[in-house]
Design a protein around this ligand. Sequence first.
Ligand SMILES: Nc1ncnc2c1ncn2[C@@H]1O[C@H](COP(=O)(O)OP(=O)(O)OP(=O)(O)O)[C@@H](O)[C@H]1O
Ligand SMILES: O=P(O)(O)OC[C@H]1O[C@H](OP(=O)(O)OP(=O)(O)O)[C@H](O)[C@@H]1O
Length: 212
Amino acid sequence: MSEQLTVAMPKGRIFEEAADLLRKAGYALPPEFDDSRKLIVEAPEANMSFILAKPMDVPTYVEHGVADVGVAGKDVMIEEERDVYEVLDLKISECYMAVAGLPGYTKSDINPKVASKYPNLATQYFKEQGEQVEIIKLNGSIELAPLVGLADRIVDIVSTGRTLKENGLVELETMIPITSRLIVNPVSYRMKDEQIDDLVERLADVMGGEQR
Ligand SMILES: Nc1ncnc2c1ncn2[C@@H]1O[C@H](COP(=O)(O)OP(=O)(O)OP(=O)(O)O)[C@@H](O)[C@H]1O
Ligand SMILES: O=P(O)(O)OC[C@H]1O[C@H](OP(=O)(O)OP(=O)(O)O)[C@H](O)[C@@H]1O
């Protein structure tokens, strides 16, 4: 039997969709996978072992080789800049990154502040735009920042637009579309190429079928 693959899965909103894709691709995942507090779940029938990590940490586990492959949002990939291969767009957890603020916001030259959970991504974006801003790193509820005067604008994920709307904010600039990606450790890609190619092929087949 071929060597087992260790897969880093993001806990949270991507988890269910990613698990669904794997099952559709023919990997038998145990029931405890979906409803447990365990952080390591063995799936012997699929010849896989899963580690369940915070979404932002998945590329770290894969870069260090403690997981061979993982599932991570494009947002996380841009923010973390880890040394991993991005091999497949899984087209799940679709959303986009945007700059938002209070209605009627106009740029001012006096110390503009931008709050975000993605300081690197935001810094890169404003640098490209040629605008100097101070980035304030937050860990969630980003939409709160302009409401209480912590920042003038935010850089955050938008999906339905509901969070912006319910907090009286408006989208000022659309930045980049986001979906989840299958990522691979470069050494694992050489050592376990057959299993990884098989995984990529099976997932691509399922996605192809869904798009037809
Ligand atoms: N509103 C959304 N709709 C669709 N996808 C989203 C949305 N928000 C985030 N995502 C995608 O899902 C990934 C994980 O988001 P999730 O909210 O589960 O975790 P998190 O906010 O990073 O973690 P935590 O809530 O534990 O701090 C993000 O990296 C992004 O790619
Ligand atoms: O456009 P919407 O469909 O409203 O989705 C966007 C919201 O979803 C995410 O937040 P999340 O729910 O992960 O909470 P957080 O603020 O704690 O990160 C994101 O940071 C936005 O706040």
